[in-house]
Design a protein around this ligand. Structure first.
Ligand SMILES: [Cu+2]
Length: 383
């Protein structure tokens, strides 16, 4: 038994020695330690963490030294008659008051930082963050910018068909962009279940709860791309909704806002526009060739038994409402996915119209078309 303990002790000792001697000690330490982050608050939190860590180390050293000293210096052999300071009032007072003072000493800087973290005034830029299963939506409240940020990792990487990339599960199709040195406030909520918006480098980790708005703020002093994730178990694809924030100089931010506005303006114009059947058909054919042929084939015949035929499909001929629903929601448990977030309202309307017209569908069915406004209408919250 004793031998076993000694060998264990030896191996632990060797392990610690190896770590201490390794040349990468600083790197290993940084790896194990909390991140320092890139904002004033994150650095303050880091300093607090280090301060309290060292206080704990000192307390640990004192307590264990006294303990081990007493264990060896006052054995029964060396000290057969133990001293009796049981119920010593002074001693008991001391070991109550001293820890109390230490706690107060630690609470002062901690409360200071906490007050700053929860300083909930409006930012220079205010962004509403909405968690969805399984993606984030960002709305820039002042600039009317609104987009979804979807996971951009190739599904072949996820399914182990190709090697995993550098930013595996940490990359998105559209990043949150914010300017350097400005106060950005995030108003965080969710659409379906509880998510949590976590950006370690900004020291932000805030629950996203349906029906509530939690806030967090940051000022980032250094440009760069920072990565975080959803940190609340929110269902099957919980690990597939990363958070990526790009911090850029003010001019670059202004240009980005301008681009976004123009993009939105062009899209809104297209959505509002009165589309002719021919225009819809033309655009719809392009969309179809990009997004649908792989399964439904150029001739709309699909592949019998695998991919439904659209030519002559009852839905495409006579059931306009169901047709929209299938494209917007997908078909549960089938390869037919929801295209609601992949296609704009214009492209969605165009491809539905196209598939209701092509391959003789117009002649064989009701030939009803779908315009972008129908899709906007469908997207409006029901009830
Ligand atoms: Cu989530």
């Amino acid at each position: 038994m004793l031998r076993k303990i000694t060998t264990n002790f030896n191996s632990i000792f060797c392990f610690i020695l190896t770590i201490l001697l390794s040349t990468n000690i600083k790197a290993a330490w940084d790896d194990l330690n909390m991140t320092e982050g890139v904002t004033g608050i994150s650095k303050e939190i880091f300093d607090l963490h280090m301060l309290i860590y060292w206080i704990c180390v000192v307390i640990g050293l004192i307590v264990f030294s006294i303990m081990f000293y007493s264990m060896f210096a006052y054995t029964k052999k060396k000290n057969p008659n133990p001293s009796t300071f049981h119920e010593d009032t002074k001693l008991e007072l001391a070991w109550t008051v001293v820890p109390f003072l230490i706690l107060v000493f630690m609470a002062i800087p901690a409360s200071n930082t906490l007050t700053k973290i929860y300083d909930d005034v409006e930012g220079d830029i205010n962004i509403q963050v909405v968690g969805y299963q399984w993606k984030w939506q960002y709305k820039y409240l002042e600039d009317d910018i609104n987009f979804f940020s979807n996971l951009a990792t190739d599904w072949d990487e996820i399914n182990n068909k190709i090697p995993k990339g550098e930013f595996y599960l940490q990359e998105v199709d559209e990043m949150v962009v914010i300017p350097v040195g400005k106060k950005v406030r995030f108003l965080i909520t969710a659409n379906d279940v509880i998510h949590s918006w976590w950006m370690p480098d900004f020291a932000i980790k805030q629950d996203a709860i349906p029906g509530f708005i939690n806030t967090a703020w940051t000022v980032v002093d250094k440009p760069g791309i920072f990565r975080g994730k959803c940190t609340e178990l929110c269902g099957k694809n919980h690990g597939f909704m990363p958070v990526v924030v790009k911090v850029v100089p003010q001019e670059e931010y202004d240009a980005w806002v301008q681009d976004k506005r123009e993009e939105a303006f062009k899209m809104a114009e297209l959505t509002e526009k009165n589309w002719t059947l021919e225009e819809l058909n033309q655009r719809g054919e392009d969309v179809y060739l990009k997004n649908c042929v792989a399964c439904h084939q150029v001739n709309g015949q699909g592949i019998p038994g695998i991919f439904a035929a659209l030519a002559g499909s009852d839905i495409a001929l006579n059931n306009r409402a169901k047709h929209i629903e299938i494209l917007m929601e997908g078909v549960q448990g089938a390869a037919m996915q929801s295209f609601a977030n992949q296609l704009s309202e214009v492209d969605m309307a165009a491809v539905i119209t196209y598939t209701r017209q092509a391959w003789g569908n117009a002649e064989n069915g009701d030939g009803e078309i779908v315009v972008p406004k129908d899709i906007v209408e469908y997207k409006k919250p029901k009830g």
